[in-house]
Structures are given as structure tokens and as C-alpha cells.
Design a protein around this ligand. Structure first.
Ligand code: S3P
Length: 423
């Protein structure tokens, strides 16, 4: 049990962990390259540690040195591991690895924790099977444990049926080893981390707009080894942005961030709510500042925040706002580390707000500036983002108790230390 005490005031500057999405891609591309790559600023979380562990099992050499990692891809390429690839809590590890091992001959077993073992993997199995791999899993949605039979693949054109960067990325990773080019068409613009990292590694990727979405075409190839430098994770900055905005006496900044448009939709949402939250461009990286604010309700569409990762923390902002905030088309929230659709509604109610669902939309009637959040208890259900969202609510309100809060280690092992630094 972790007690999160209310913070009397919030001041200071935070450096969040390296971007989790970019860290996974950098590790995988380094392992697929021939030769040694250095990686600085990697996410220190257990999710990326699982990816490092998996590529080591597949034959890459992985060595920590001070604040950086060295990853060397074997000259003959990755090979199947006799032991299972342990993906722990990390959906990105499991889905991207499926794409990687689809092109590695042999049988690959992928396992995860209780949360990951409930999440649908049919979304990656379908395109990979079309490319020539075989993917077996449990139940109709093919959840883990998974068995992937890798081998010769052919390029495909695949229209991703759900907005998911992980699915797009699994297909692109498989496409590296396929014969012929691979095209992925998405109707919602999801994060471009894979396309960007592949281009940085010297691969031939072309991206073109297609309606509201994009068409990504990749030619097969082997990435170059290189020096990877990972920026800070904007999804982690979102927790502090909301803390700053809803706390009655706050002034904080978060430094050294990536600010790709698909990642910082939450800043625009908060600005519409009247939050004094802003991104500042420092050339290579951005910083984010947040000051105590008076918030009003808004309407949030999942297209603005394609991975919906920031919706739980925006729900906390909605609880502090005056009026009814609408969250539209939020079905994907149900298949994250926990059912965040139900979890966000439950959290809002625990804080004392009224919250209700209509189909895939949900609504939160906030308490407004005059009232304070109620104290509450949360069962973390192996979901790092629900723990951090709840902690922000507790720190800005009247405290909370979290059972299983150590699950923050998936993405942000020092979250509670950083929160305390702001006191
Ligand atoms: C991620 C994509 C998103 C996001 C996850 C990281 C990635 O998942 O929720 O935290 O690194 O590609 P979906 O692809 O399922 O939206």
C-alpha cells in the first residue's frame, strides 16, 4: 500500500524518463543491425528492460555502461530463442516483437504478466499471417501466451482496422525481412516513432498523407548501427501538466521532451480547458510549463490523442473543471493495461465527480474550482498510468492510498520520488 499525501504547494523542474515508444524502437533496430549501437536516455522502465532482455535472448549482445546501453546485432541476424520471450507488462514489447520474430525462422514463444495476457493480439496476428507467419494464442482474441512460427515473409498492403501504432509497427518490423515492399495504411494518424526511427537507421520508408490518415511504404533492409539519443517521454509529462493545472498553488516545468504532434494532443486539450500549460521549443527538445489554473469543461475526441494514453489523467483534469467534459470514441481504452474506460469512470466517481458512459463515449461533470477531491483508495490492477493519474489526483486533492502502486515501474520507476521533489 502506498500513501500519496496532499502536496501543500508544487514547485520545481522534472526530468521524466526517456520516451518509452522510441526506446523500444531503438533497441529493436539496434538488435536488427549488424554491429554495435549506443543508446542514451533509454526509458528506465521495466517495459523497455523486457525488450532489452528479449533481444538478448534472440542473440543480440546487450551491455550497460554508466548511463548508456550498447546493443550489438549479430552478423548472421537474430535467431530463435529456446526460452520464452518474457514481455512482462509491455504490450509494445509483445506486439513489436511479434513483427520482429515473424521474419526469424523457427518457433518463438512470447509470454506476459496477467494484464498483458488478457490483451488482444489478433490485431497483430492477422497481418503477420497474411505475410506468411503463423501466430497462435489463447481464445478468440489470441491473447498470450503466444507461439509465432517465423520464416519467409512477403510484403503486403495492410489497412490497419484499429488506430494503433503498435499494429502499424509490427507490420513494418516484419516488412524489414519480407520479400518486396510493405505498405501500411492507417485512417487515424498514430505516432510515427517507428517510421522516424527506421529512417534514422538508414532504411527506405516513405510516408504520404492519405485522407485523414497516412500511407507508409517500407522496402526491406537491414538497419544501420548508430548512436541513439532518446528524448523525454511526453506521456509522462502529461501527469505533471495536469498536476500543475489543477493544484491551487503550482508552478512547474518538465524538461527535455519529445513533442511530436501525435504525442502532445493533451496540451491542446488542456489549453482549451483554460489551463496555463505550454510547450516551449528549445531546438532539439521541448520543455513544458504548468501553472495553477481555473479549468472549464471541453470535448475530447480520441483522434486528438490517438493512443488514448493521456485520457486517464485528462479525466482527472475534467474532475477539477467546471461543467461536463465529453470523451468521445474511447473504445480502445478498454484494451490497455487495464480497462481504462471503466477505470477512468470509477476514478472520477471516487473523486466526487459525476461520471457516466454512453456507448464508447463517457462524460465527467467536474467539481469546479470551489470544491476539493475526496480522499480515495485505488487498486492498481497492474496499470502504471492509472497509478500515476490517481497519484496526481491525490497529491492535488486530499490524498489517496494505492494498492499495487509499484506497477509504475513499467514506465516510470522514480515517479514517486519525482512527485516528492515537487513538494
Ligand atoms: C505505443 C502505442 C500505443 C500506446 C502505448 C505505446 C507504441 O498503443 O498506448 O503506450 O509505442 O507504439 P496502441 O498502438 O495500442 O494505440
Amino acid at each position: 500500500m502506498t500513501d500519496v499525501a496532499p502536496l501543500a504547494r508544487v514547485r520545481g523542474s522534472i526530468r521524466v524518463p526517456g520516451d518509452k515508444s522510441y526506446s523500444h524502437r531503438a533497441v529493436l533496430l539496434a538488435a536488427l543491425a549488424e554491429g554495435r549501437s549506443s543508446l542514451r536516455g533509454l526509458s528506465a522502465g521495466a517495459d523497455v528492460a523486457a525488450t532489452l532482455d528479449a533481444v538478448a535472448r534472440l542473440g543480440a549482445r546487450v551491455e550497460p555502461e554508466g548511463d548508456r546501453w550498447w546493443v550489438s546485432g549479430p552478423a548472421g541476424g537474430l535467431r530463435a530463442s529456446a526460452a520464452a520471450l518474457e514481455c512482462a507488462n509491455s504490450g509494445t514489447t509483445m506486439r513489436l516483437l511479434c513483427g520482429v520474430v515473424a521474419g526469424v525462422p523457427g518457433t518463438h514463444r512470447l509470454v506476459g504478466d496477467a494484464s498483458l495476457s488478457r490483451r488482444p493480439m489478433d490485431r497483430v496476428a492477422a497481418p503477420l499471417e497474411r505475410m506468411g507467419a503463423r501466430v497462435r494464442g489463447e481464445g478468440p482474441s489470441l491473447h498470450a501466451p503466444l507461439v509465432v512460427e517465423g520464416g519467409a515473409l512477403s510484403g503486403v498492403e495492410y489497412h490497419v482496422p484499429v488506430p494503433s501504432a503498435q499494429v502499424k509497427s509490427a507490420v513494418l518490423f516484419a516488412g524489414l525481412r519480407a520479400s518486396g515492399s510493405t505498405t501500411v495504411v492507417e485512417s487515424v494518424r498514430t505516432r510515427t516513432t517507428t517510421e522516424d526511427a527506421m529512417r534514422e537507421a538508414g532504411l527506405d520508408v516513405a510516408v504520404a498523407p492519405e485522407g485523414p490518415g497516412r500511407r507508409v511504404t517500407l522496402n526491406p533492409g537491414r538497419p544501420n548501427p548508430r548512436a541513439w539519443a532518446v528524448p523525454g517521454d511526453p506521456s509522462q509529462a502529461a501527469f505533471f501538466a495536469v498536476l500543475g493545472a489543477i493544484h491551487e498553488d503550482a508552478s512547474l516545468e518538465v524538461v527535455s521532451l519529445d513533442a511530436a504532434p501525435e504525442r502532445v494532443g493533451f496540451v491542446e486539450v488542456l489549453a482549451r480547458m483554460g489551463a496555463r500549460v505550454a510547450l516551449h521549443d528549445h531546438g532539439t527538445y521541448h520543455s513544458l510549463s504548468a501553472l495553477s489554473s481555473t479549468l472549464v469543461a471541453t470535448e475530447v475526441h480520441s483522434h486528438e490523442i490517438p493512443s488514448v494514453d493521456e485520457v486517464p489523467i485528462l479525466t482527472v483534469a475534467a474532475c477539477a473543471a467546471e461543467g461536463i467534459t465529453a470523451f468521445r470514441s474511447m473504445a480502445e481504452l478498454r484494451v490497455k493495461e487495464s480497462d481504462r474506460f471503466a477505470g477512468s469512470l470509477a476514478l472520477a466517481r471516487q473523486l466526487g465527480a459525476a461520471a457516466w458512459a454512453e456507448g464508447d463515449d463517457f462524460f465527467v461533470e467536474g467539481l469546479g474550482a470551489a470544491r476539493r477531491f475526496a480522499p480515495f483508495t485505488l487498486e492498481a490492477a497492474l496499470d502504471h498510468r492509472m497509478v500515476m493519474a490517481a497519484s496526481v489526483a491525490g497529491a492535488a486533492g486530499r490524498g489517496c492510498v494505492i494498492e499495487g502502486a509499484d506497477t509504475v515501474a513499467s514506465s516510470y520507476p522514480h515517479f514517486f520520488r519525482d512527485l516528492a521533489l515537487l513538494a
